[in-house]
Write a protein that binds this ligand. Structure first.
Ligand SMILES: *Cc1c(COP(=O)(O)O)cnc(C)c1O
Ligand code: SF4
Length: 346
């Protein structure tokens, strides 16, 4: 999509550029399992689930998985399963009723002072728990002309001080567009901050190249990047190097995670994640209870368990490495805090 617009360069010259890595993404569960040396018999309904929502497995991410382990916490996040096709009461296609908070195409305005821009409908990776898997993206990918309406929306509401690039994954868009839209936003005096919620630099660290750093830094807006990392094994040397570059350019780095059964539902796993984030220069921000999206019920963990995890983290880590436990409730005016412990809670 972007390959013919952006020159294929990378900071270190000899490394592959992100567009090539994106193009090489695995889109077939059988290919992924073969690469991981796992028997195809373990596919368990993947073909059917794959038809509902395809697999996308970027190679730099796959390289962090353990060979031969069907229970690898990274593999679990992206392998389609037959279980996704079961309809489970309480799990729906639009659990956050986001479609109601969509004033004009490309814009989601639910909370005071901050507005989401759905910059790109595409993602480099498909996370099976994602609450956006059923979102009406095709109605939410404005062309440049329609972005004017989104910019007018910002201009006429002085209570908005922050724009959040979201998606899909906003960094799946090309840097020419990102430079343009960021420049447009920066002309609006009451906008102070730009926040970018992305998984791309995690799954394809070469995304943080010169052309990306250019638009991130050529702006008066204060830039915050929120990574979506769920497990310490997701962070390798290349991820650390990408984070380092961003930090050197003055970008604040935060992380949000989702609590996922058999991925990160233990205290030691979450402690290791926070420690690894700290080593990477990223501060834990939120940890979300799973949104009840159809197809993701097999990731669900009970509130009782979540409470124990929260307690365990608080008893083990410095306060600044304990993420805020939150959930989303349709119609709420902010994220909803979970628990924050009555003393001695079970
Ligand atoms: C989560 C979210 C935000 C950001 O909320 P913060 O608490 O500021 O991180 C903004 N808009 C929408 C629609 C959201 O879902
Ligand atoms: S929006 Fe984020 S969580 Fe959802 S599939 Fe894309 S990268 Fe994964």
């Amino acid at each position: 999509m972007t390959a013919d617009i952006i020159p294929h360069t990378s900071i270190d010259g000899h490394q592959p550029c992100w567009q090539d890595e994106l193009a090489a993404t695995i889109r077939d569960p059988a290919v992924l399992l073969a690469r991981l040396e796992i028997a195809p018999a373990q596919l368990d309904g993947a073909a059917v689930a794959q038809q509902a929502w395809s697999i996308r497995a970027p190679l730099p991410y796959v390289a962090r998985m353990k060979k031969g382990d069907i229970n690898d916490p990274l593999l679990k996040q992206i392998l389609p399963l037959g279980a996704e096709m079961q309809s489970v009461p309480g799990f729906s296609n639009d659990p956050l009723a986001e479609e109601d908070a969509n004033p004009i195409p490309g814009v989601v305005h639910k909370y005071h002072g901050r507005v989401l821009f759905i910059i790109s409908p595409a993602c480099a990776i498909h996370c099976r728990y994602c609450f956006r898997r059923h979102f009406a993206y095709e109605d939410n990918t404005p062309g440049k002309g329609q972005w004017q309406a989104a910019l007018d929306y910002l201009r006429q509401d002085e209570s908005i001080s922050e724009v959040i690039y979201s998606g899909g994954d906003p960094l799946a868009a090309n840097d020419n567009f990102l430079l343009w839209i960021t420049q447009q936003i920066a002309t609006i005096p009451h906008i102070k901050r730009l926040r970018i919620h992305t998984r791309l630099p995690l799954v394809i660290p070469s995304r943080i190249d010169q052309s990306c750093l250019h638009w991130l830094t050529a702006t008066r807006l204060k830039v915050v990047m929120v990574w979506h990392i769920n497990h310490a094994n997701e962070i390798d040397q290349a991820v650390m190097a990408a984070a380092q570059k961003l930090k050197q350019h003055g970008i604040e780095l935060l992380n949000q995670s989702v609590l996922l059964k058999q991925v990160n539902d233990s205290v030691p796993t979450l402690v290791a994640l926070s420690e690894r984030l700290w080593d990477t220069g990223i501060l834990p921000y939120y940890i979300h209870r799973l949104d009840k999206v159809a197809g993701a019920a097999h990731f669900h963990i009970s509130d009782q368990k979540i409470r124990r995890l929260q307690q365990g983290l608080m008893e083990t880590l410095p306060g600044y490495l304990v993420p805020r436990f939150v959930c989303e409730q349709p119609g709420a005016r902010s994220k909803t805090a979970l628990f924050l412990s009555e003393p001695g809670a079970p």
